[in-house]
Write a protein of this length. Structure first.
Length: 76
């Protein structure tokens, strides 16, 4: 009776351990993929983020193009 209960708990613990190892492996794989992505495209990715934050000076928006603001509109 006790032996079967211990075997049951042992089997559950082994399954839980296998699940944790699999999740750890998936997280390491995700970190590896993100690292490779940032090594290959990191400069473009970071410059695009900086361009969004500072109003487009990183090249996303042409600073010489007139905008639709009142200050840049010409009088007719």
């Amino acid at each position: 009776m006790i032996r079967s209960r211990v075997d049951e708990y042992s089997q559950i613990l082994w399954k839980y351990l296998a699940f944790l190892i699999a999740m750890n492996g998936l997280m390491l794989l995700l970190i590896l993929i993100l690292t490779v992505f940032l090594l290959l495209n990191g400069e473009q990715w970071l410059s695009s983020i900086r361009g969004i934050q500072d109003g487009g000076t990183a090249g996303l928006i042409d600073p010489n193009r007139p905008s639709n603001t009142i200050a840049h509109q010409t009088q007719t």
